[in-house]
Design a binder for this molecule. Structure first.
Ligand code: UDP
Length: 489
């Protein structure tokens, strides 16, 4: 058991970083979904990496084992990497609340948004550097010179200098960014840049996110991906999905003694027995009512409140439809200090709505205690939704969008950041040019509810797009290519 880094009784020399358990998964398992040609390409890519690495390890470091897209993706990618015979590890950093308040501010600034939070002064930089150094010292007890370590997002950039000094090859990957560089992004880069000077390679989700000061450096653009075999994305039949959603209180018609069953990854039968840890709903949506769903962390940039206002003020397009706003348990995502406040704001807004609107809007926080059960809840909701919304004000790359596309759902999403690469308007979903335009959001979503033919064709387009572009084999191939270059350097 790792000792907590910030325990007053623990010296830095004794501390270890928490390591996330990874059960290996053979990448050949993807063959049934991606076809033999792509599977052979993947095998060749990973074999090349294995040979280039020799005894060296591939290590990823982020700030949370669960909650949000980075954790979601790392778990799947690292399982396949390990299943291919590479010694892959995943560690999470430990830090105090002031540190996470700072890194959340940097997150918003890198998205081009102003945000309250600690000032980016020398005192804050010293604290950030100290946390990074302490975490790097702890990590270095599990990492050897020559290993390849990928640090994710602003929370981990402070580890880079110490890892470099120890002879580790360091990649820094940013999952956030904005197309337009402005005074906010400049402030975040000015803060982070001193910690990134010795990094060997950088990864961004979109070319436009790469800051100009990195032009001479080794940069790769790799879009995030999903695993078609994960609990969230593997097939789940309609009846099972409907029973799970009824169990969660987000559809009416629960039958006496009905059980919400699903097949677990190990082949055993699972039963969804938990309910949302928090549910604000006057009564579940009727079985036949169209359901619009947005699933996100409770983050201001996901604009859950904007979706709710749009829905509540619309008087025509969305009449008769219900809206579910669903996110993780706000106590379960340690590196996101805003979750409780944002969720509380949504609940307050919901209470202020007229009863007629409130009756059609449902807020739920999902339990995180069992990751597989949580994933099945998300999957069931996505499959049962009539339309999936992602009205983000900024988005590095939306995994929830890809998850919905993979399930052939019609999506209405803001034309921001990586979502522009995910969806071509009118082919794989609908894009909202101005993410602040609540009337346009209601009109787009309402249009889809009335036009089954359009919804079906966008759903089919979305599924093909996800299959071609956004599954894990593509990311594993790109990552193997990058690591091979670094291992050889
Ligand atoms: N998610 C989840 N449970 C929830 C809410 C979200 O598992 O209650 C997952 C969601 O399915 C997706 C990830 O969290 O896989 C969010 O990733 P995305 O890239 O959309 O946004 P991020 O949180 O990284 O900004």
């Amino acid at each position: 058991m790792a000792q907590l880094l910030y325990s007053p009784h623990t010296t830095a020399e004794e501390a270890l970083l928490p390591e996330v358990d990874l059960t290996p998964a053979d990448p050949w398992l993807l063959g049934d979904t991606i076809g033999s040609e792509r599977a052979a390409g993947l095998d060749a890519a990973i074999s090349g990496l294995r040979a280039a690495l020799g005894a060296r390890r591939v290590v990823d470091v982020n700030s949370t084992p669960a909650g949000g897209g980075v954790a979601e993706m790392l778990y799947r990618i690292l399982r396949y990497t390990r299943g291919a015979g590479v010694d892959a590890r995943w560690f999470t950093i430990e830090a105090d609340p002031a540190f996470f308040a700072l890194t959340k501010r940097l997150h918003h600034l890198l998205h081009g948004q102003d945000a309250a939070g600690p000032s980016l002064d020398a005192h804050t930089a010293a604290h950030y550097a100290a946390v990074g150094e302490a975490n790097a010292r702890a990590l270095l007890r599990s990492v050897r010179p020559g290993d390849l370590v990928t640090l994710h997002d602003p929370q981990t950039a402070g580890l880079a200098p110490a890892l470099h000094r120890a002879g580790v090859r360091v990649v820094w990957r940013s999952h956030i960014g904005t197309d337009a560089h402005d005074e906010f992004t400049d402030r975040a880069w000015a803060f982070l840049r001193p910690f990134l000077e010795t990094v060997d390679a950088f990864v961004f989700s979109r070319t436009q996110y790469v800051p100009t000061w990195l032009t001479e450096r080794h940069v790769a653009v790799i879009q995030p991906s999903i695993d078609p075999l994960s609990a969230k994305n593997r097939p789940l039949d309609d009846d099972a999905a409907a029973a799970i959603v009824r169990r969660m209180g987000l559809r009416a018609g629960r039958r006496p003694r009905e059980r919400a069953l699903y097949r677990r990854g190990d082949g055993s039968v699972g039963v969804v027995h938990r309910e949302p840890v928090s549910l604000h709903s006057l009564a579940p949506p009727p079985a036949e009512a169209p359901l619009i769903l947005q699933i996100s962390r409770w983050d201001p940039l996901k604009d859950m409140a904007g979706v709710m206002s749009s829905f509540a003020t619309d008087t025509t397009s969305l009449d008769g439809a219900h809206l579910a706003l669903v996110g993780p348990d706000v106590t379960g995502v340690t590196d996101d200090p805003e979750g409780s406040r944002v969720f509380a704001g949504c609940v307050e807004l919901w209470h202020r709505l007229p009863p007629r609107s409130r009756a059609r809007i449902h807020l739920a926080c999902l339990p995180m205690a069992d990751a597989e059960e949580n994933a099945v809840m998300v999957s069931a909701l996505q499959r049962q939704a009539t339309v999936i919304a992602q009205k983000s004000l900024a988005e590095g790359f939306g995994l929830t969008v890809t998850e919905a596309m993979w399930k052939s759902r019609p999506v209405v999403a803001s034309a921001v950041g990586g979502i522009r690469d995910q969806i071509q308007h009118g082919v794989h979903g609908l894009l909202l040019e101005d993410p602040h335009d609540r009337a346009a959001f209601a009109a787009e979503a309402g249009g889809l509810l009335r036009d089954d033919g359009l919804a079906a064709s966008l759903g089919a387009g979305a599924r093909s797009r996800a299959l071609e572009q956004f599954l894990d084999d593509r990311q594993l191939c790109q990552q193997s290519a990058l690591y091979q270059v670094l291992a050889a350097a």
